[in-house]
Write a protein that binds this ligand. Sequence first.
Ligand code: HEM
Length: 364
Amino acid sequence: DHVVAFHGPHQAGIATAAQDRLHFAALDVEPGVTRADLRDLMARWTAASERLTRGLDVGAGASSAALAPPDDTGEAVGLSAANLTVTFGVGPSLFDDRFGLAGRRPAALGPLPALPGDALDRSRSDGDLCVQACADDPQVAFHAVRNLARLGRGVVTVRWSQLGFGRTSSTSTAQATPRNLMGFKDGTANVKAEDARAMDEAVWVGGRPDEPAWLRGGSYLVARRIRMLIEVWDRASLGDQEQTIGRHKRSGAPLGASDEFATLRPASLPPDSHVRLAHPDTNRGARLLRRGYSFTDGLEALGQLDAGLFFLAYMRDPSAFITLQNRLGTSDKLNEYIKHVGSGLWAVLPGVRPGAVLGSALLA
Ligand code: HEM
C-alpha cells in the first residue's frame, strides 16, 4: 500500500528509506502572527500530514462543497500514497523575539557560520520553518507541500522551494546505491537506518544536558543547494574524476579496490579527494545521514545548466556539518566543479503519538 507510518518517536522522512522524489519548502511567518497562531497551524499541519501520508485528501476532500474552494486541491486523487513522508523543522530565526521563544533556542541552533566556498543567494537560503516532502511520485510530493502551504495561508508564506527529481543517497542497506549527476554512486558510506547505534550517536537528539527536552527524538537538518559546474566536469578525464572523488566511477569501490563496500582507507587516497576529506577518521568521527536529491532548474543567466545536488543531511549536532564543510570548502578537489548557492539549518521536531500535535512541547 506504499504507506509510511506518520506516528512514532521520530518524524518519518529521516530514517525512512529515501524515496525517489522531493519537494522541499522553506517558509517564513507573517507579521502579526502569535505563538497561539503557530500552535493552531501545527495542529492543522499534523492532522493534514497524517491524512496525506495515508494517501487521503486533506480535510473534507477534493469535492467537499460546490460553492466553496474544495478543502483539497485534488491533483493526488486516484494516486497511491507513494511512500509520502512530510518532515517539519524550525529555523534559528523562529527564536528571535517575535514569539517569546528565545529562551528555548538550543545553543546549537544558531545561523550557520560563513563557510569557505559559500556563494549563497539569500533568497534561496534560511527560513523560519521548513517542510521536506518525499515520495516515489513527484505529484504526490508537490500536492503535499501545496496543500500544507494553503493551510498556512495568513500565517506563513513560502520563502523558497526546491524540487528534486532523483535521490542521491541510500539510507537503508536494502536499497541499491543511486548515482548523482556526476555519474558517481552516492550514499555508499552513508549512515544507514539499520545501524541503530549510529542513528543514536550521530542522528537523533538525545538526553545530553545541552540538548533541550522539546527536541529529544528530533534532529538537525542542513540543506545546501549545490550547483554542479557540469560543463567543466564533463571535460575532465575519467581518471581525474575518480581522483577527485576517491572512488571508482562504475563500481563505486574505493580507488584500488573492486567492491563498492570494500573498507575505505583514507590515508591511501589522494589528499584532496572528496571521500578522504569527508571520512569520519579525518573529522574526529563526525558523521551525517545524507538524504539529498538531484535537481535541475533549466539554465542560469550565462546559459549554463542550473543543475546539481540539493544536499540534505540530518545530524545530532550541526557542528558535524560545520566541521566537514570547513575542511571540504578549503581543500576538496571537488570545489573545481561545484558551488554552494543556497543554505539553511533547522531543528527537526521529534515525532508524535496519535492524537498529539507536532511541536507542542516547543510552542506550549
Ligand atoms: C561521500 C559526492 C557534497 C559529505 C561522497 C561520495 C560521493 C559524493 C560520490 C562517495 C560515495 C558515498 O560514500 O556516499 C558528493 C557531491 C557533492 C558532495 C557530488 C556536491 C555536489 C558533500 C558535502 C558534504 C559531503 C557538502 C558535507 C559537508 C560526504 C560524506 C561522505 C561523502 C561524509 C562519506 C565519506 C566516507 O565516510 O567515506 N560524496 N558529495 N559531501 N560525502 Fe559527498
